[in-house]
Design a protein around this ligand. Structure first.
Ligand SMILES: [Fe+2]
Ligand SMILES: [Fe+2]
Length: 261
């Protein structure tokens, strides 16, 4: 089965880029199943119903989130109701789907969303439980439901925490991919167990920005130390993601390839 994963959609320019490229990528890579991280799609901060619908209407199978779930208070009640939306399983003070199962082409695909604990300063540590324990619990739940494939979006800052998660899950899932840093890493690999791994898939957001933020504002923040209100850059966007192919018989990854548009 052939999978497309696209990194954090940032603002309207990121969403526009996704709309331009999505169908082309699906055709080029003959994609069967897709996952998009949407945590910055609403003007850089979270996701609203509008963005959820726009992304799902493209044909995307699952939307994962991250630390920005707190910015759209009106969405808190929706998180558990939207069948294709995940929020990190180990966030302790919001209710939503930490994993979902989607049936496609006679196969059951499980998707898990977990958030890291290292360097996630915006969220109180007390609101994040162990990502490793949460991942294990979600894997057990999906395995009991006899899923054919499991993909894990580990939304985290620290490379060490992400790499450790890869090894922790290598014998129980098909792919662990990182999101959140908005910078794609070049360490995509297939581990000995046959699991595909990359530390970060990168962002789909404005070029010439600082992780999506207007560069002038980011510089002001660093140069003066003053609080600067977040404003999403409106520059034309780039798209970052990966393509993963899993052998249907052995369930081992055959290919993991970085995508940049
Ligand atoms: Fe992000
Ligand atoms: Fe994030």
């Amino acid at each position: 089965m052939r999978f497309l994963i696209i990194g954090d959609i940032v603002g309207s320019s990121g969403l526009k880029k996704l709309k331009v490229e999505y169908q082309k990528l699906v055709e080029e890579y003959k994609i069967d199943f897709s996952i998009v991280n949407g945590e910055n799609s609403a003007n850089g901060k979270g996701l609203r119903m509008q963005e959820y619908n726009e992304i799902i209407d493209l044909g995307v199978d699952a939307i994962t989130m991250g630390n920005h779930i707190y910015y759209r208070k009106e969405m808190a009640e929706q998180y558990s109701k939207l069948p294709r939306l995940l929020i990190p399983s180990n966030i302790t003070n919001l209710i939503g789907n930490g994993s979902i199962i989607v049936e496609k082409q006679g196969k059951k695909i499980g998707v898990i969303n977990i958030i890291g604990r290292v360097g996630m300063g915006e969220i109180a540590e007390s609101h994040i439980s162990s990502p490793f324990q949460a991942a294990k619990n979600e894997v057990e739940k999906l395995t009991e439901n006899l899923v054919d494939y499991i993909f894990v979006d580990f939304h985290a800052e620290a490379t060490a925490e992400k790499i450790a998660m890869g090894y922790y899950l290598e014998n129980s899932v098909n792919c662990v991919f990182g999101t959140h840093t908005h910078v794609q890493t070049s360490d995509e690999t297939i581990l000995d167990s046959g699991m595909a791994y990359i530390t970060d898939v990168g962002m789909t957001g404005p070029k010439g920005s600082v992780l999506g933020l207007k560069k002038e504002l980011a510089l002001k923040r660093f140069l003066t130390g003053e609080y600067v209100k977040y404003e999403c850059s409106q520059n034309e966007a780039m798209l970052s993601g990966i393509f993963v192919e899993i052998d249907d018989t052995t369930k081992r990854a055959i290919k993991i390839e970085r995508i940049n548009r």
